[in-house]
Design a protein. Structure first.
Length: 147
């Protein structure tokens, strides 16, 4: 695949805005591994090869296991994820597919119960941010491995 455009060169303000969102996400009190799992799962759903590649490397660099990374696409079928991670991943999927059915009351209730309001808000924002990155990377064909 060949890249169609370098968004940062075409309109640097877009990257400045996205970088500001990423800086905020880094400050969140959520396990760094879970942040990367959220980013990877959203990117799997959206089919963003660039972001899957990038966040897989990030996850591995902070000690995430191959087993959990391989199982992420079917996390609900494995015993490898904590209840908190499962709630976050379920919420992440429903926010990413928001046009289909919104976020169910049950998903929201469980996530709020296990995560608390602050982490719930943070998971939603992480999900929104990586969805935005996917929607930048996919149309312009950002190429995996070209960091």
């Amino acid at each position: 695949m060949k890249s169609r455009m370098n968004v940062n060169k075409a309109e640097p303000g877009i990257y400045r805005a996205m970088d500001a969102a990423d800086k905020l996400v880094k400050e969140f009190n959520i396990d760094p591994k879970l942040k990367e799992l959220i980013k990877m799962r959203v990117s799997q759903i959206n089919g963003c090869g660039y972001c899957i590649d990038y966040h897989t490397k990030e996850a591995l660099s902070i000690g995430e296991t191959n087993q959990r990374l391989f199982a992420l696409a079917a996390w609900w079928e494995t015993p490898f994820f904590t209840d908190e991670e499962r709630a976050a991943l379920k919420l992440t999927e429903e926010v990413t597919h928001i046009a289909h059915h919104g976020v169910s009351d049950e998903t929201y209730r469980v996530a709020a119960e296990l995560l608390g309001e602050q982490k719930l808000a943070q998971v939603i924002f992480i999900t929104i941010t990586i969805n935005s990155w996917n929607r930048i990377a996919i149309p312009v064909h950002m190429v995996a491995g070209e960091d």
